[in-house]
Design a protein around this ligand. Structure first.
Ligand code: NAP
Length: 483
């Protein structure tokens, strides 16, 4: 029997055992709100304390485990994710609402992340230097940070936990993982694989429940040495305050309002492709979504017409149906927020080009059409993160104006440009105020082996992914020895 054939009953995983919650919650299929995907355990503060205690107790043993053992555990998790990507992708599509191909791709990426960090576990490097004083040798080594609290959002329920859990374990830390309440079954499915990977009891713990109770306990608890958080700017600020005030290490990946600049010399079809993929795929629910399309005057009208035509042809529907381009919005409250922004856009004078209407399909779900507006930089729909399938086109006089508009935002996650000019591409890569830049590519869609993260209000602390992850998940020791 497949996971997707049954209503799941995920439990917490604490100290190597599956544990009932103090209460239960349900997760709903956003493509068919009549369907309960999972009835899951929810924890209170005491249960969260138990998970943190288990991770603290397991730390000495896991921190001293051999790199070979860590690599084998992570490699096993990666292999199973890859082997079961269709089944787990179906679960993801059912619980989060991403289309099936996107969901399968995300599970595969999670598998690749585990395999990458399996390799990193056996490549942990240090340095040896001669001292400036005679006869002394200096070693610089990396050690685990300790117990890591991992708080994840709902929009990438396999990939984001994977890019946090895999490096945490690879570098010898122990983990308490809290998935978002909208996607407990995905968090549990990942944890269930990890539970069979040969880790000592307590090295990895899953705890489900609300951000306000479970998340807050994780960020405040003195035994949690570091917190890796991905989510909204508002929650991120609370996480920052609670962790830095007690001296814990913290890493935050937050929102975005990413620009895609389109210059007059761009290949128009390619630029429209980048806009459609970047702004609307995954229902626009990506921190790297290109929600600001900044187009120079010479190509503006032609771009808008072509983009509108493409949007009219996009198929919105049940995430599990083959041939669908865009699934539903994740839940009712996000759908209402998207609709509220459409009204704000109209009230502020943005020009509605196409879409945004709620639509019905064969199953009851949170469906809406992708929306496009012409906007000015001061409009709220063009400056605030909506986190839905809503994009704005802003007209720029020339490249310099487009770059200024692109950088005119408190966010700085990703910035893209479509152009055939090498001069402008190189200049943009250098001067875009973002952690990641893309040339002739959608702003969303990244590799698993290189750093991920942003600047300004989008991120705080060391980068995630790639070998740069070691900055967060290890602490450096400098040792002197008289030789
Ligand atoms: P969110 O509401 O901030 O929630 C993120 C996580 O924090 C959830 O697990 C949530 O728990 C938890 N949380 C809530 N309150 C907390 C508290 N007081 N203490 C500790 N944890 C708490 O964000 P979201 O709606 O899930 O995700 C959407 C946001 O994530 C967007 O802004 C998006 O841009 C951002 N995002 C950023 C990146 C990136 O890498 N930059 C990637 C993906 C998403 P619950 O289970 O209660 O919700």
């Amino acid at each position: 029997m497949k996971l997707t054939d049954i209503r799941l009953q995920p439990r917490h995983y604490i100290n190597g055992a599956w544990v009932n919650g103090t209460t239960t919650g349900i997760s709903i299929n956003p493509s068919n709100t009549a369907e309960v995907v999972a009835e899951y355990a929810r924890a209170d503060r005491n249960q969260t304390d138990d998970a943190i205690g288990a991770a603290a107790d397991a730390l000495p043993q896991w921190a001293l485990s051999t790199p070979q053992r860590r690599a084998e555990a992570l490699d096993m998790v990666g292999s199973e994710l890859l082997a079961r990507k269709e089944e787990l992708g179906e679960l993801l599509a059912r619980e989060e609402g991403k289309t099936l191909p996107e969901s399968i791709g995300e599970v595969a990426r999670a598998g690749q992340l585990f395999k990458f960090f399996a390799g990193e576990a056996i490549r942990i490097q240090g340095e040896t230097l001669a001292s400036v004083r005679p006869g002394i040798q200096v070693d610089i080594t990396r050690e685990p940070v300790g117990v890591i609290g991992i708080i994840a959002p709902w929009n990438f329920p396999f990939a984001i936990p994977a890019w946090k859990i895999a490096p945490a374990l690879a570098y010898g830390n122990t983990v308490v993982f809290k998935p978002a309440e909208l996607v407990p079954a995905c968090g549990w499915a990942l944890a269930e694989i990890i539970s069979r990977s040969g880790l000592p009891a307590g090295a990895f713990n899953l705890i489900m429940g609300s951000g306000r109770e479970v998340g807050q306990t994780l960020i405040e608890h003195p035994a949690v040495n570091a917190v890796s958080f991905t989510g909204s700017v508002g929650t991120g600020k609370r996480v920052l305050e609670a962790t830095t005030s007690r001296g814990a290490k913290v890493q935050l990946e937050m929102g975005g309002k990413n620009p895609l600049v389109v210059l007059g010399d761009a290949d128009l079809d390619q630029a429209v492709d980048c806009a459609v993929q970047g702004a609307y795929f995954s229902t626009g629910q990506r921190c790297t979504a290109s929600s600001r399309l900044i187009v120079t005057r010479d190509i503006h009208d032609a771009f808008v017409v072509r983009l509108r035509n493409r949007l009219e042809a996009l198929k919105v529907g049940n995430a599990l149906e083959r041939g669908i381009d865009m699934g539903p919005v994740v839940d009712q409250s996000q759908l209402e927020q998207n609709q509220a922004y459409l009204n704000i856009g109209r009230e502020e004078g943005a020009v509605h080009v196409w879409g945004g209407e709620r639509v019905e399909r064969a199953t009851p779900g949170h469906y809406m059409l992708p929306a496009l507006f012409l906007a000015q930089p001061e409009h709220r729909i063009a400056s605030e993160e909506i986190f839905g399938p809503v994009a704005c086109v802003m007209e720029a006089q020339n490249y310099e104006h487009a770059l200024a508009l692109a950088n005119d935002t408190p966010f700085g996650l990703c910035a893209g440009i479509c152009t055939t000019s090498l001069k402008h591409a190189v200049h943009f890569k250098r001067h875009a105020q973002a952690g990641m830049t893309m040339v002739n590519l959608p702003t969303a869609g990244v590799d698993f082996h290189v750093p991920f993260g942003g600047r300004k209000e989008s991120s705080y602390g060391p980068r995630e992914q790639g070998r740069y992850a070691a900055e967060f998940y290890t602490t450096v020791k400098t040792s002197y020895m008289l030789a």
